[in-house]
Design a protein around this ligand. Structure first.
Ligand code: SF4
Length: 108
């Protein structure tokens, strides 16, 4: 004969453990969240997207990351972009703060 109390107790224990693990995941998600700098994605979109590597980076996203991070401060590092695209990138970078509120200045 089955002992229903043991089955109900096991289900209750599993539900409590599941709830606690879910709570821990929710807290970890908030505490360990990585802030994404949207400027990298936006500058990547403004670059030609040729991914030729002439700038010294493996692709346009690499140069965008370097511009946003301050590793490179000349938009002309991209050999392919047209002058109007370079100007747009310069205007965007010099007017848009990152998640820390700081602006990374770049030049043509
Ligand atoms: S030179 Fe310009 S087009 Fe070529 S990979 Fe670098 S950013 Fe992209």
């Amino acid at each position: 004969m089955m002992d229903w109390t043991k089955i109900v107790l096991a289900i209750a224990i599993m539900a409590v453990i599941g709830g606690l693990l879910g709570l821990m995941l929710a807290v970890a998600d908030k505490k360990l969240a990585v802030k994404v700098d949207e400027r990298v994605e936006n500058v990547t979109k403004l670059l030609p997207g040729v991914n030729c590597g002439a700038c010294g980076y493996p692709g346009c996203a690499g140069l965008a990351n370097a511009l946003v991070g301050g590793e490179v401060n000349k938009v002309s590092a991209c050999r392919v972009a047209k002058p109007d695209a370079k100007e747009k990138i310069k205007e965007y970078m010099n007017s848009t703060p990152g998640p820390d509120g700081k602006i990374t200045k770049v030049d043509l």
